[in-house]
Write a protein that binds this ligand. Structure first.
Ligand code: SAH
Length: 397
């Protein structure tokens, strides 16, 4: 095994915080040969062993620790153990037990850097985003099949971040094959079809499960505006919760078509209360403002405006604009559910942006609740970067 020797003092984040990333600037030299994704032994400058990591020569994150135990082998059995642990972790939590749609592995936060796995019924969708994860594809699939009993594993490794690791996009069946019928999950009593091959991410935004349920509780008798609705997850929960009307906006035609198909999968819901609009949210909200249209509850769940801290400034402007518009379209006392899923925008910054948006809209607002991703998207304490989804439930006077 090749050895990766750190610059003096650069062992600190591994030693004192168990942080799983080693940046290029921390690395002194590589002794021996290692190809992308190979496991290397990591040593401090004084040659103290720190653990074993996946080497990624093309990435600014030059290595990701698999283990901080210098003697733990990284082999098929290692992946089997880590995957079984991740699955067991979720089974311990009552809210997650029995969920048809469930994130099984949340990458670094489950001790498996670069590995995402989402279960939809009897199918698991994996996304491998680092050179190390890519290398262990077979062991990861075997571990997932064993831990879940699922017979179908589909790969959706087409996320942009693979480019940073020098990896090409890869999609397709790794185990089993597609069935003719659509893959349908039930979430909070609502049926939703998931397009694992063509949908966003692994097909669905499982992270918002609890927040969608919360909207259901808040929406009774309300006029609801759901911005960036994707396949209608929030919209259907609002209808299930007894909303008087739900207007949903997305710029993607296929997402809206899927949303309407999802509504049709739920004949118990009052379809006549739903309206769907294919439009740019920024434009549509400006039009509503001109027309003097107001709502009781507004959801803003935009795409990742800031994929990294480098985009934070432009993204901040976009978050602010959308939240100004949202505040202006609320009736006095109305509720705003506003989110950012940008890793580059921290909790504190997001709250500042929303505060200044409310100010600019001439409205005063209070935090009713702070919102985050569901428990199957945990944030490991040694990996604060895992906290990408943050939200605020605000009451706006
Ligand atoms: N709230 C959804 C997930 C939203 S994902 C859920 O719970 O499932 C973000 C969505 O925003 C995507 O569907 C994308 O098509 C849409 N989108 C991105 N930019 C947009 C824009 N400017 N106007 C309208 N929709 C946009």
């Amino acid at each position: 095994m090749a050895q990766l020797i750190l610059m003096p003092g650069k062992e600190r984040s591994a030693l004192k915080q168990s942080h799983p990333w080693l940046f290029a600037g921390s690395v002194g030299r590589l002794e021996g040969r290692a190809r992308p994704g190979d496991t290397v032994e990591v040593l401090a400058d004084n040659l103290r062993p720190l653990g074993r990591a996946a080497y990624s020569p093309q990435s600014q994150i030059r290595a990701r620790f698999w283990t901080f135990d210098p003697n733990e082998s990284v082999d098929d059995a290692f992946f089997k153990r880590r995957i079984a642990l991740a699955v067991a972790r979720r089974q311990r939590l009552p809210a997650l037990r029995g969920q048809a749609g469930l994130r099984l592995i949340h990458a670094e936060s489950d001790g498996l850097p670069g590995v995402i796995a989402d279960q939809y019924g009897d199918t698991v969708v994996v996304q491998l985003t680092s050179a190390g994860a890519d290398k262990w594809r077979k062991a990861i699939v075997a571990g997932l099949c064993q831990a879940t009993g699922c017979a179908r594993v589909f790969e959706r490794s087409d996320s942009d971040v693979r480019g940073l690791e020098g990896l090409e996009p890869v999609t397709g069946w790794l185990h089993g094959a597609a069935r003719d019928e659509a893959l349908v999950i039930e979430e909070n009593g609502v049926r939703l079809a998931v397009d694992i091959a063509g949908g966003h991410k692994t097909g669905f935004y499982l992270d918002q499960r609890d927040n969608r349920a919360l909207l259901g509780q808040l929406a009774t008798d309300c006029s609801v505006l759901n911005c960036f609705c994707y396949t209608g997850g929030f919209s259907l929960q609002a209808l299930a919760g007894g909303a008087a009307s739900v207007l949903s906006i997305d710029s993607s035609g296929p997402a809206l078509a899927q949303a309407q198909a999802n509504l049709a999968l739920n004949p118990q819901l009052p379809a006549e209360r739903a309206e769907w609009l294919e439009a740019d949210v920024f434009d549509a909200l400006r039009e509503f403002r001109k027309a003097g249209r107001l709502f009781d509850v507004i959801v803003l769940d935009p795409p990742k405006f800031a994929p990294s801290a480098a985009h934070a400034e432009r993204a901040a402007r976009a978050y602010k604009d959308i939240n100004i518009l949202g505040c202006r379209l609320l009736k006095p006392g109305g509720l705003l559910m506003t989110y950012s899923c940008s890793g580059g925008i921290g909790l504190e910054l997001f709250q500042k942006i929303v505060a200044s948006a409310a100010h600019d809209a001439g409205r005063s607002a209070r935090i009713v609740q702070r919102l985050a991703g569901a428990a199957d998207h945990p944030v490991a304490l040694n990996f604060p970067e895992g906290e990408y989804l943050k939200g605020l439930l605000l009451q706006v006077d």
